[in-house]
Ligand binder design. Structure first.
Ligand code: NAG
Ligand code: NAG
Ligand code: NAG
Ligand code: NAG
Length: 528
């Protein structure tokens, strides 16, 4: 009897404890006090407070994810862009780590304290190789970019893309980025966050609130933001990640001028919005256009557009952010003496060995050597106004040593590594194998293996290749790795690289830099 009584008493106590704790954690709308980014959830707002005719982007009941958003309805805009979702107060007192100043203190000279950052690429601007799962269609359907994807999905595009926005990058992403000793985040997004034109199938506006929320999450972890307009009206490079694969319609072709003006209008609105006081400390870099293909475009036209865009942005009150423009693949030396009138501007070069048939073929030793010698020299020369533009940063690079990753080259197009690249243009096809062995032993199998299958010596190479690049790019204004995470391309994922130990656990504590002697490491030289 006593035993049964004790058991009953224990059950009763547990039951009471559960009820009490449920009550304490219940939907108490004020639980977010002290934390600007917690909302009470949809149950805390009155559905009748949302006007019946409110568009989806102003109606949280239509959002796939409400975490971290202020759900109180407001139709207020700045630069004709909605502020809906933002909390009124913000806190700029965090630093990314003990080596960097908090957001509300100046960063200082980027030449002395280079940025160490990462891109949240493939998120608000899709790229097939980063998220192949979004592009699993029969090749004959021609779904190769965001345009063709949304054209095919029609009304389902919103559901598919918003699910991706809500899950691919989350608050944990920014927490992990700061924990890795990184201090900047480059956030690629495309013009359809702001505006769509004509009958374009792009998903209008949904990515806007995700962009705003991600900036607030950066703030929470002390990370500074490089805003990167990745897709411009007409497409500035004709590549998939501009939204639309094909001809360049920006500053080129019949609609070239119209798309130039539309892009300036987009920057006009963006810069009015980001001139708000809440962005002064956090937006460190403001990017004008990702990778304009200046090898095909008229150089003077792009330079003139760049000057116009810079003028608009400064005129609208974005005073502190560094205005970033792309090198356009011209080669850094061509920039000597150009655009010297722009205040606080920086040249952005993207460094990869795998898109160049003479560099992809390097064996492991040569790749590390090139990452040190070649890229240090380029960076140093570019930083010097006597031999290059001046301020230079590397806003994209990776550890990829092959172009084997699925969907990296256009869907179904083959690759340089095995000499199977068909681009549709015979002058850029690659029909002889370009792995170091340069014969039929060139194989994408090992290159595409999961990180768990990497050998010790391959890992040693990957780590040294990464640290060599960091070291070179820190001779300039710093670097941003491409990208934070991928579904299945581990040599392109900072997160997977950290897990595999091929990136330093803290970006500011590294084993290797290019200043000392470069070891000769025969064991790093194996080729697939
Ligand atoms: C949420 O947004 C509304 C509308 O903009 C604003 O009035 C309110 O202050 C915001 N709430 C918080 C906690 O910031
Ligand atoms: C420039 O525009 C013309 C006309 O639309 C087009 O034929 C051409 O392919 C474009 N150039 C590039 C490099 O895409
Ligand atoms: C996407 O763009 C990348 C980078 O330019 C390119 O290498 C690749 O071929 C493109 N992939 C697809 C599927 O279009
Ligand atoms: C890598 O390339 C360098 C330069 O050509 C060469 O000296 C070295 O022997 C190569 N390593 C291997 C393992 O082939």
């Amino acid at each position: 009897m006593i035993g049964v009584g004790i058991v009953l008493a224990i059950i009763l106590i547990i039951a009471i404890a559960v009820v009490v704790s449920k009550k304490n954690s219940g939907d108490d709308g004020d639980s977010g006090e002290g934390n600007e980014m917690e909302s009470g959830g949809l149950s805390s707002i009155d559905p009748t407070s949302i006007p019946k005719d409110a568009p989806n982007w102003l109606n949280p009941f239509k959002w796939a994810d409400t975490t971290g958003f202020n759900l109180t309805y407001t139709a207020q805009t700045v630069g004709d862009l909605p502020v809906m979702g933002l909390f009124s107060k913000w806190d700029d007192s965090k630093s990314a780590n003990e080596h960097t100043p908090p957001l509300d203190k100046p960063w200082g000279d980027y030449a002395k304290r280079p940025a160490r950052g990462v891109n949240v690429g493939g998120w608000l601007s899709l790229e097939p190789f980063i998220t192949p799962s979004l592009f699993e269609y029969d090749r004959r359907m021609g779904i190769v970019d965001e345009y063709t994807l949304c054209a095919y999905l029609g009304s389902r595009c919103e559901g598919v893309l918003e699910k991706h926005y809500a899950t691919f990058i989350t608050e944990d992403t920014f927490k992990e980025i700061a924990a890795a000793g990184l201090d900047h985040v480059r956030i690629p997004f495309s013009y359809w966050a702001v505006q769509t034109y004509d009958d374009e199938p792009y998903l209008f506006r949904t990515s806007w609130r995700y962009l705003l929320r991600s900036i607030e999450w950066c703030r929470k972890y002390g990370l500074r933001v490089n805003l990167d307009l990745h897709g411009l009206p007409g497409s500035q490079n004709g590549w998939n990640h501009s939204g639309r694969l094909g001809a360049i319609g920006w500053l080129n072709g019949t609609d070239g001028d119209r798309n130039a003006q539309r892009s300036l209008d987009v920057h006009d609105r963006l810069s009015k919005f980001f001139a708000q006081p809440r962005y002064k400390n956090i937006i460190s870099h403001y990017g004008l256009a990702n990778e304009p293909k200046m090898t095909e475009l008229s150089v003077p036209t792009v330079l003139q557009w760049t000057e116009n865009a810079h003028k608009i942005i400064r005129g609208n009150g974005v005073k502190d952010a560094i205005v970033v423009f792309g090198d356009g693949f011209r080669g850094l030396t061509k920039w000597q003496g150009e655009l010297q009138g722009l205040d606080r501007a920086a040249l952005d070069v993207h460094q990869y060995v795998i898109f160049n048939t003479n560099q992809i073929v390097f064996n492991h030793s040569e790749k590390v050597r090139y990452a040190c010698a070649g890229w240090t020299e380029q960076t140093v020369d570019s930083m010097n106004r006597g031999t290059g533009y001046g301020p230079t940063l590397v806003a994209e690079w990776s550890q990829a040593d092959t172009d084997c990753t699925r969907h990296l080259t256009n869907v179904g197009n083959g690759n340089r590594w095995t000499g199977t690249l068909k681009t549709g243009d015979p002058s850029t096809d690659v029909t002889t194998p370009r792995c170091p062995l340069m014969d039929n032993r060139c194989d994408c199998g090992p290159a595409n293996a999961d990180a768990s299958e990497w050998t010790q010596s391959y890992k040693k190479f990957l780590r040294m290749f990464a640290e060599a690049q960091m070291s070179s790019f820190e001779k300039g204004w710093g670097w941003f790795y491409w990208v934070w995470d991928t579904e299945s391309a581990p040599q392109w994922s900072y997160k997977k690289g950290l897990a595999a130990g091929v990136l330093p656990a803290k970006a500011y504590e590294r084993d290797f830099n290019c200043d000392g002697p470069i070891p000769s490491f025969s064991d790093l030289s194996e080729a697939f």
